[in-house]
Write a protein that binds this ligand. Sequence first.
Ligand code: NAD
Length: 372
Amino acid sequence: MRIGIPLESRVGETRIAATAETVKKYIAAGHEVIVQAGAGDRAAQPDAAFTAVGARIGTAADAFGADLVLKVRSPSPEEIALMKPGTALVGMLEPFNADGIAALAAAGITAFALEAAPRTTRAQSLDVLSSQANIAGYKAVLLAAGVYGRMMPMFMTAAGTVKAARVLVLGAGVAGLQAIATAKRLGAVVEASDVRPAVKEQIESLGAKFVDVPYETDEEREIAQGVGGYARPMPASWMTRQAAAVAERLKASDIAITTALIPGRKAPTLITESMVQAMRPGSVVLDMAVEQGGNCEISELNQVVVKHGVSIVGIPNLAATVPADASSLYARNVADFLKLVITKEGTLHINREDDIVAACLVAADGQVQRKG
Ligand code: NAD
């Protein structure tokens, strides 16, 4: 099969869907690989690294003209036009973006959106949300520490003692747990909150304090369990009590990192403008959910702004700011997914009985593939 690796054209996207390591494996399995010139430059994967393992360097039309196209982000309309009907496409294709998926289906593309994979043990090695969120959670803390005008660890010096920074992490999924671990490594005092009760133990095992917002009704307790590991929108009663707890904790925090997401919906608002106003001058809010509408009411996409004396960081797609490692992990996720859809003979085979394949398949035979 001919596999194409295009250069990612979306603004700010630095990653690539294959590395010399994974391309070498594809070629060893008998495939032909065409990499668009310069596609890996930003991720420390120069063209020479690909030619050294047997790939060919070509144009965008060559890469998109392959039988199987490996992408990081969904293709633009111009890129879709370069793909012939029947092309297979694997990437982070935004399964909740109905118009985007419909455009792929209309172009006759067989599309697999890797974000839709179930969060099961078998799917772990191809879980792109985890591999990228882990990196983003790490980088979020480094970015916040860079903006913060004080130190993270406690320092005892001849000139006096510097207090450790207090970090509040809201949302303790993959990104949040990595943010907790990174802030702890830098010496901060960390506390964290989530809707799902299962994370209390994980937060505490990292040495952080769990900010508890107890459930008062069976309905709250039931919704908080989430579905498939994901959160669901909590009832207003719980959100009001959570807001009071967050407001209280924010007053004592120097840095807040917010990661709360609910799949397919706008991110929940956890930090209002008045809460920011009550924070200490020089504090930092880093809103990792800024692309999904934001957890902080006054964060601005692509901006670092200072409001009420607080720096509010709204830089999206943090995994792309660590392009080399983010690409290495993503490329391995893609290679692991391909094992499920490419036969030993090197042809595409869609086994709809496989729960991972069925979940990721979003377009085939000219139709959007609807689940459930
Ligand atoms: P996510 O990015 O969808 O959301 C981030 C976090 O925000 C979640 O922990 C969610 O509960 C939380 N959140 C939502 N609303 C909130 C609110 N109002 N206040 C506070 N927090 C709120 O989540 P994710 O990082 O993709 O993780 C989703 C789940 O998948 C987790 O349970 C994770 O442990 C699980 N997971 C399982 C596997 C596996 O078993 N293979 C792999 C990876 C992740």
